[in-house]
Design a protein around this ligand. Structure first.
Ligand code: 5AD
Ligand code: SF4
Length: 453
């Protein structure tokens, strides 16, 4: 009898990757994934703690699961094991147990390889299970070898944790110190992914460009060196990495953007703010000018590089002038896309203690709206600049409309084209007809590779 496993994933790509691995680990125990929580035998919330809104969702979602479990028990349809995983679990494990005592297990991002044991314990009625230690031995060593992502475009975690301690950020506390997987493990996983059909790999890490995994020789490799190794693998068509810190954009990595064909011309390089005073208060350890210099160099090496970033408005003490500096930096860089957030104080982080300097909510909202107007205008202009051009699109899946496929351009744009579904998995040449705020629309170039299929 197969059991139904529901996993709800919040937050970053790392959580998406972790959720997929949890599903893989649970499969040998007879659990198969279900889309809906109703009737599930086990429900896992893989949570995000990065901003207050994200972490509040955990508790409202738990309330819903509790109702579903009661209904299931009323129907005499068995119990539902409720688990909270991820960064809220790591940061607020005890609090969850207190506020939601019906939760069976709470475990942090470094503990999901212990799932089989925890499930066995829960089924013996062993009470609450709280597993939020950071084990020294990496969870990766416990992954079943078949537990890999083989989607056409797939994620591969190469690095986890962060030693940067930006003053606003919980990641160093929830994900712990930086850890890099050994090169050989990553290459082996990439090979299995490619054998399973993956064409595009995105290397994941909270601080991915600080990667320093060990080589077979015992020396340590930079992210650029890892990229060169992976670029040699037959069948790998596209390579990306995320998320990066400006301090770690070493010369060899900048050059890889010029020299490695499969490395896609897209980079997510958060700067957070454009004022040196605020960057300093954020403990970012670089100036706005240094960030501009990195961007200039990247564009020298790879003129068509699409840039993305993250921004926080309303960091404690941010003046109108500081905010204007952020707008100016955005104007100077000209982003292809970006994410922006209102500062959200996170318990235990240094910035949360800057009580006297908190920015009123309405000021934060106004600044966010203004920044987003600028970023959205840049994104639209960027997308519109593609009209009439030919781009290569990895056709990944069916679109919303009948007879439509969607894929990504090298620059990370979603591209919709009319095409029969047998072309999924092809890298097709598309002539762009329309550039919208969040996507491109086009048609397959007659006679391109996909057409021959
Ligand atoms: N408040 C608002 N935004 C935050 N981020 C991280 N911590 C906070 C916070 N406390 C944003 C940063 C980071 C992205 C993942 O989330 O911009 O790059
Ligand atoms: Fe958080 Fe800064 Fe580390 Fe990014 S670099 S995860 S923002 S502490």
């Amino acid at each position: 009898m197969t059991k139904k496993l529901y996993i709800s994933t919040y937050g970053c790509q790392m959580n998406v990757y972790d959720s997929a691995r949890m599903a893989d680990i649970m499969a040998p125990l007879g659990y198969s994934l279900t889309e809906k929580p109703e009737g599930a035998d086990m429900a896992i919330l893989n949570t995000c703690h990065i901003r207050e809104k994200a972490s509040e969702k955990t508790f409202s979602e738990l309330g819903r699961l509790r109702n579903m479990r009661s209904k299931k028990l009323d129907r005499d349809d068995g119990d539902m094991v409720i688990a909270v995983a991820g960064c809220v679990a790591q940061a607020e494990g005890a609090e969850i147990m207190k506020r939601a005592p019906y939760v069976n297990m709470v475990f942090g991002p470094q503990s999901y390889h212990l799932l089989p044991q925890m499930v066995a314990q829960a089924s013996r009625g062993a009470g609450h299970i709280l597993e939020t230690d950071f084990p020294v031995d990496a969870k990766f060593d416990h992954l079943p070898s078949e537990a890999i992502d083989t989607n056409l475009s797939a994620f591969l975690t190469v690095q986890e944790g962060c030693d940067k301690f930006c003053a606003f950020c919980v990641v160093p506390y929830t994900r712990g110190a930086e850890f890099s997987r050994p090169v050989a493990h990553i290459v082996a996983e990439a090979k299995r992914m490619i054998a399973g059909g993956t064409q595009e790999i995105t290397l994941l890490g909270q601080n991915v460009n600080a990667y320093h995994g060990t080589l077979e020789s015992g020396a340590s490799a930079t992210l650029a060196e890892l990229i060169y190794r992976l670029a040699e693998l037959d069948g790998l068509k596209r390579l990306r990495y995320t998320t990066s810190h400006p301090l770690e954009m070493s010369e060899d990595l900048l050059r890889a953007h010029r020299d490695v064909d499969v490395l896609m011309p897209y980079l997510h390089l958060p700067v957070q703010a454009g004022s040196d005073r605020i960057l300093d208060a954020m403990n970012r350890r670089h100036t706005a000018q240094e960030y501009r210099a990195i961007i200039d160099k990247l564009r020298d090496y790879r003129p068509d590089l699409a840039l993305s970033g993250d921004f926080i408005v309303g960091f404690p003490g941010e003046s109108d002038k500081d905010f204007e500096d952020t707008l100016q930096l955005v104007r100077d860089v000209d982003y292809a896309q970006a994410y922006s957030f209102k500062y959200s104080p996170r318990p235990g982080t240094p910035a949360a203690g800057l009580d006297g300097q908190m920015i009123p909510e309405d000021v934060k909202s106004e600044r966010l709206a203004e920044l987003q107007r600028l970023l959205n205008a840049q994104q639209l202009a960027y997308n519109q600049s593609f009209v009439g051009r030919e781009i290569k699109v990895l056709l990944e899946r069916e679109g919303k409309r009948d007879g439509q496929l969607v894929g990504r351009s090298p620059y990370m744009q979603s591209v919709f084209v009319p095409s029969p579904s047998h072309r999924i998995g092809r890298i097709a040449t598309v002539i762009v007809q329309e550039g919208n705020a969040n996507s491109l629309r086009g048609e397959l170039k007659p006679g391109n590779v996909a057409d021959a299929a």
